[in-house]
Design a binder for this molecule. Structure first.
Ligand code: UDP
Length: 403
């Protein structure tokens, strides 16, 4: 049995996928101390790990980021600022608890710094795609970077300051997205990861963590019988979902189409701003997504990594309308594998939605390709494989260090 510190990035899309792996490690006897913000305490304890809070200072910085982390360079700068706030306490804890190794989320780079300082084996937990330089320079993706250019110099200065302060190598911007750990656990399949042929054995693809099934909230939902009229499911996820214009455009597109629509709109919008919700629509702030996807013929999504994995898992074709962050990269990939269509958010007009939906619904190829990628996700090995790899890596490293 070894002791491990897990430095999480406090966002549902980052913590949730890691939890089945943590549970597996705990079941194999590893003692896991998992750092996150307070809202994740219960979830983390439920998988058998010990929760530790990042504390108030980092929470404040996180709050400052709220709504802005679609800008990837600003996000990178904040990652360093949060790291600067967290590191002094983290180092104290490392000296007291003396863990054998560290796992850090690819966005929680203070974990990487801590491992470098303490010369500990470190594993990266990557809940998004590993991003190659080629992908980052894709015009659709690069745009989201261009907005962050004013933060490049502050990032450089802070990175240099941290390197001098803790005597660690200076972090370069590209490392935030590409990573360079000895072992990186990626929560998708090698088949769905873009440019995976460029990634060597240091990257292990364990597949997504698909949420358990639940019938909660389904009772009052009127699902059409399978094979009846098509069911279209619309959701922009849980973060970048404050977009009344988008939802109203969907209403215009599908109100006269022979279909049923379930639209999950999140907590941010004012429901009264939705114009004349038609009879064939069910609008909710939150739905049990897997249950809805199981019945859906088409998913209109923002391209969040979890939503897309869930749709692929169930072989549902998609129209991906990326809002921010890494979503354009995911959208490009969905298009490349043939599981759906990329639609720019500025081009979401009701007529376009109608024609694209009719096209996808009439062409079984999209569904077939979505299912094929879904099969690769299912075959990826999951938390068992991830835990095998982590424990083997840790044992090799501890042997080298004479532990
Ligand atoms: N989700 C859900 N019900 C909803 C909307 C979203 O259960 O009504 C879940 C969805 O299944 C997914 C997660 O919320 O697991 C959204 O994660 P994703 O990475 O797709 O997007 P984010 O919310 O991080 O932008």
């Amino acid at each position: 049995m070894s002791k491990m510190f897990f430095f999480g990035f406090p966002a549902h899309g980052h913590i949730n996928p890691s939890l089945p792996l943590v549970r597996e490690l705990v079941q194999r006897g590893e003692q896991v101390i998992y750092y996150a913000s307070d809202e994740f305490k219960e979830k983390i304890e439920r998988v058998g790990a010990q929760f530790r809070s990042y504390g108030e200072k980092s929470q404040q910085l996180h709050n400052e980021l709220e709504g802005k982390h679609g800008n990837l360079i600003l996000l990178s700068f904040y990652i360093l600022k949060i790291g600067q706030a967290i590191l002094p306490d983290a180092i104290n804890d490392l000296e007291t608890d003396k863990p054998d190794y560290i796992i850090y989320d690819s966005m929680a780079l203070w974990g990487k710094f801590a491992a470098q300082m303490m010369k500990l084996p470190a594993v990266c937990s990557n809940t998004i795609f590993v991003m190659s330089e080629k992908r980052l320079l894709n015009p659709k993706v690069f745009f989201s970077f261009a907005q962050g250019l004013p933060y490049v110099f502050p990032f450089f200065l802070l990175s240099r300051r941290l390197a001098a302060m803790y005597q660690i190598p200076r972090l370069r911007l590209r490392q935030i997205f590409i990573g360079d750990a000895d072992l990186t656990i990626v929560y998708t399949s090698r088949c769905f990861q873009p440019d995976s042929h460029q990634l060597d054995k240091r990257y292990r693809f364990i597949g997504p963590s698909i949420p358990g099934e639940s019938n909660l909230l389904c009772k009052d939902m009127d699902f059409p019988a399978k094979g009846d009229i098509p069911l279209i499911y619309i959701s922009l996820g849980t973060v970048f979902n404050n977009n009344t214009k988008f939802y109203n455009e969907c209403i215009r597109a599908y109100k006269n189409m022979e279909c049923r629509v379930i639209m999950s709109v999140g907590n941010a919008i004012d429901l009264s701003a939705l114009k004349d919700i038609p009879k064939n629509f069910t609008v909710r702030r939150h739905v049990p997504q897997m249950e809805v996807l199981k019945r859906a013929d088409l998913f209109i999504t923002h391209g969040g990594m979890n939503s897309v994995s869930e749709a692929l898992f169930l072989g549902v074709p998609m129209i991906v309308v990326p809002m921010a962050a890494d979503q354009p990269i995911v959208a490009v990939r969905v298009k490349e594998v043939g599981a759906g269509i990329y639609l720019k958010k500025g081009k979401v007009k009701h007529k376009r939605l109608q024609s694209l939906s009719a096209h996808i619904l009439s062409d079984q190829g999209y569904k077939r390709k979505s299912k094929a990628v879904g099969d690769s996700l299912r075959a990826s090995g999951g938390p068992t494989y991830g835990a095998d790899e982590i424990i083997a890596y840790k044992n090799r490293q501890l042997l080298k260090l004479g532990g």
